[in-house]
Design a binder for this molecule. Sequence first.
Ligand code: MEV
Length: 423
Amino acid sequence: MSKSRFPGFYRLSVEERVNLVAQEVNLTKEEKDLLFGVTPFSVDRGDFMIENVVGMMPLPLGIAVNFKINGKEILVPMVIEEPSVVAAASNMARAAYESGGFTTSYSGSMMRAQVQVVDVADPYAAMARIYEHRSSILELCNSKDPTLVSFGGGARDIEVFVLHTQKQPMVILHLLVDTRDAMGANTVNTMAEAVAPFIEQITAGRVLLRIISNLADRRLVRARTVVTPEAIGGHEVVENILLAQQFAEFDPYRAATHNKGIMNGISAVVLATGNDTRAVEAGAHAYACRSGRYMSLTRWEKDGEGNLVGTLEIPMAVGIVGGATKSHPFAQLALKIMGVHTAEDLAGIIASVGLAQNLGALRALASEGIQQGHMALHARNLAIMAGAEITQVDEIVKQAIAEKNITYDHILELVKRTSTRVL
Ligand code: MEV
């Protein structure tokens, strides 16, 4: 079993980090070359993925360390442009490590496609007729994806309701499809299109939209963690985090930012695995609003022993087969690094990272504030922007921090001064 605790990982060189990860999860030479950029993912491959391709835009891939999830140590690849995120996830995973790390559960991989039927003369009778044909509808859906059925998935059930809109009552049919290890958008969209003519026959109406719903509330993942006050900075920090949590539960302005912090972690892992970040984000925010009021996706409480207990429940429509998850070499590499074999495992890791990320943000906000840690990393970017050589960056950042002046103008000045000295 691989390990995830690497004290001082951030202090190593890129090469040393790659070698450590390679050793831990048995990366091949080709896989290491991919990470080092020796065999870049070419523009020709990109041209197969989207339209009108003119180039590639690389983003950094970092590894979050210290994660223990369901008893297993996991190295987590994260792709993101924002500094501090990978560091915060790793720090909070370390804080949770001694008290057991993260525990997850999964509701199953049921996705939903919607079929909108308009111009129906008798919507309630049409709804009843659709239900009468439930078996034939499911059979028709399953005939479209024998492979999924052979893996134990397939269309399982239907839901039908009448939607009273401003223009007319509409009949809405939901196809509930267990997509197993696939994200499932293509599968459920194909099924929805395939049943449309039959539904028109049954309802004597007109089928308009046939598309997945990204509110994947039958594909929920939950993550839970317990953190001792000592691991998080003391009892006062715990109390402050609880107050910060209340703020996010009762105020949508704060909840949006609270959830944005969660999505920093979630989207970074979703992207690293070639999954659809927008689908997961749409599902998350719609779910955050399920009570009619937008609120925090996480909850933080204090257990009987005074420990901080965090939970996150979120729709997680991600897969490990199909689309970019299979065709993008980095996505395959990310899955290998995590040792993931099912969509359920992947969902659990993603939710754990989201929970850790939220804790990282709340811990900083409820104590020294976010800028102290963030600005040091931000200063690195500013130094690069200001034209510093890689070898100058550390010194410039150190000086800017010592002078408590992390503005672009000041860093530019420091770069100029350092360069003149070097010359
Ligand atoms: C910044 O990317 C994310 C935070 O704003 C999240 C939060 O406020 O909880 C720090």
